[in-house]
Design a binder for this molecule. Structure first.
Ligand code: CA2
Length: 156
C-alpha cells in the first residue's frame, strides 16, 4: 500500500526562532508590525505545518546567546530554520557564525520590509548565511517561510 502521509517518525522538523521584542507583537506599533500577537503566529504556523505533514518548534527569546544556542541545537534536531532575529539581524556576528555552522536551509523572515525603513535596518548579517529572505508581508511571511522551507526539505 502506498503511504500518502509521512510517518510521524519520518516527519521533518523546522525550528522557527524569534528574537528580541517580538514577544511584544500586537501591543504596540501595529502600523509597522501588524495587530497579531506572536502567539497568533505560532498557532497559524502549527496549522500550516499540520497541512504539510511537518513539525514546528516555535520559540522566542530576548537574549542573543539563546539564539546562538538554539541555532546550534538545530544542527542535530532540525531540517531547516526560519529565523526572525529582530534587531540582532542588524548587529550580531555571533548569530551569523552560528548560522554558518548550520548547513541546512535558513529562511530569514521579517514582518516589515527592512529595506524601506531606517538605514541601520538595511543591512542584515543573517542574510549572509540565509538561503532566502522574506520581508514585508507581516505575519503571512511566516507562512511563506514554512512553505519555502518545506519545499526545500521535501523528499523526492
Ligand atoms: O520586521 C521585523 O520582523 C523585524 O525583525 C522586527 C524587529 C526589528 O528590530 C527589525 O529591524 C525588523 C523589531 C521587533 C520588535 O517588535 C515590536 C513589536 C511591538 C512593539 C515593540 C516592538
Amino acid at each position: 500500500m502506498t503511504l500518502l502521509q509521512p510517518d510521524d517518525a519520518m516527519s521533518k522538523t523546522i525550528f522557527i526562532l524569534n528574537g528580541p521584542n517580538l514577544n511584544l507583537l500586537g501591543t504596540r506599533e501595529p502600523d509597522i508590525y501588524g495587530a497579531e500577537t506572536l502567539a497568533d503566529i505560532e498557532t497559524a504556523s502549527h496549522a500550516r505545518a499540520l497541512e504539510l505533514g511537518i513539525v514546528i518548534e516555535f520559540r522566542q527569546t530576548n537574549l542573543e546567546g539563546d539564539l546562538v544556542n538554539w541555532i546550534q541545537e538545530a544542527r542535530s534536531k532540525a531540517d531547516a530554520l526560519i529565523l526572525n532575529a529582530g534587531a540582532y539581524t542588524h548587529t550580531s556576528i555571533a548569530i551569523l557564525d552560528a548560522l554558518r555552522a548550520f548547513d541546512k536551509p535558513v529562511i530569514e523572515v521579517h514582518l516589515s520590509n527592512i529595506f524601506r525603513r531606517e538605514d541601520y535596518r538595511k543591512h542584515s548579517y543573517v542574510s549572509e548565511a540565509a538561503t532566502g529572505i522574506i520581508s514585508g508581508f507581516g505575519s503571512h511571511g511566516y507562512m511563506l517561510g514554512i512553505d519555502a522551507a518545506a519545499k526545500l526539505i521535501a523528499r523526492n
